[in-house]
Design a protein around this ligand. Sequence first.
Ligand code: AMP
Length: 421
Amino acid sequence: MPSYQRPPGTLDILPEEQPYWTRVRHHATHLAELAGFERLDIPIFEATEVFARGIGEGTDVVDKEMYSFTDKGGRDLTLRPEFTAGVVRAYIENGLHVEVQPQKLYSMGPTFRYDRPQAGRYRQFTQFNAEILGEQDPAADLEIMTLVWDLYAGLGIPDLEFQLNSTGCPRCRPKYVEALKSYYQEHDDDICEDCRRRLERSPLRVLDCKEERCQPIIENAPRIVDYLCDECREHFASLREYLDLLDRRYVLNHRLVRGLDYYTKTVFEVWASGIGAQSALCGGGRYDGLAELLGGPETPGVGVAIGLERIVMTMKELEVQPPAPRTPKIFLAYLGDRPRQESLKLMDQLRHVDVGVYFAIGRDRGLRSQLREADKRDVRYTVILGENELESGKATVRDMKSGDQTDVDLKLLVTWLSEKV
Ligand code: AMP
């Protein structure tokens, strides 16, 4: 057992895993920029208040999962458990609301939640986040959803389907909450303790309950779609029409409410088969009241958070191969002090013309050990320099595939190698 181990719920992403990550990051960035999203980076920590107000007291994230601390200046800070609240804070603080609307912003980076660690559930995980701020139009919801869909589809994840619901707005939701509460009152003896608490603090979340005994009750509970006001109903109908138009499959899921308080109207997730209970690949929706809640002007918004660890897990499960990483195809071996110096110069020259190269690091190594390393590094050519080569002005270049050796004029070597690889 090593003396130190990484904290529970964190990952070391080793070099052999990186091709998956590079592929996912590049693809996400490419699609976001294709759709006119611009990158926004925000701090990894924010004033705790931003999350407490934004995500909402009474939610699991705020009540149980935040990494909060007081800094040496006495400020209450929290490692971001998600992006949206911070992005909206930045939008207001930097006056992005006076720029061209809507603002289409994407971000990517680590997020932190004190969750119960298990496969696909970590305490530090990585989100790709996209938001469209300043528009109510359901076309904005559609754009967010197509971005997500195309991301998964382009990575080779098949059988996609959105879970979709509308959570209404402050005009129509209270009526629904009332109906839900009175329905639950009739079943008070049959529900779990958590649901009893949820009914007080965050009533919609009873629909999210995983307890066996609550399932039949949820099944027959009133459905929010039957309580939507005209505006919410039309918004939801248009979004579904657009999803049909662009052939993005969805199922209506009346139980989908999502764990954060700020949602209004659209909520959606995409589930993956095969990664166990933690099957949500992403979650998103509309949050028209969030900017005001954080002290900004009234600003509608819609967005999505995509967990990258779960994508990588899914790709592996499906045996989707990412492109091989680009590693140097040339290895520089040498024997003796002067040849070692010449090799160092050659290394420098090659890299300056953008040709990747390994130098045989290590003092007093035999040629055999250097060639063994070259073999393991899977290079195409090994350049061998010794006193003889310097004297004759020609390097020995070994083709590692065929084993053939060629003499190449030292003055032409950089050009020769750069043309070969
Ligand atoms: P949420 O806002 O909770 O719906 O999270 C959005 C997305 O982030 C989820 O769909 C997951 O892909 C990912 N995610 C959330 N929590 C975790 C976690 N603890 N570990 C790994 N990924 C997570």
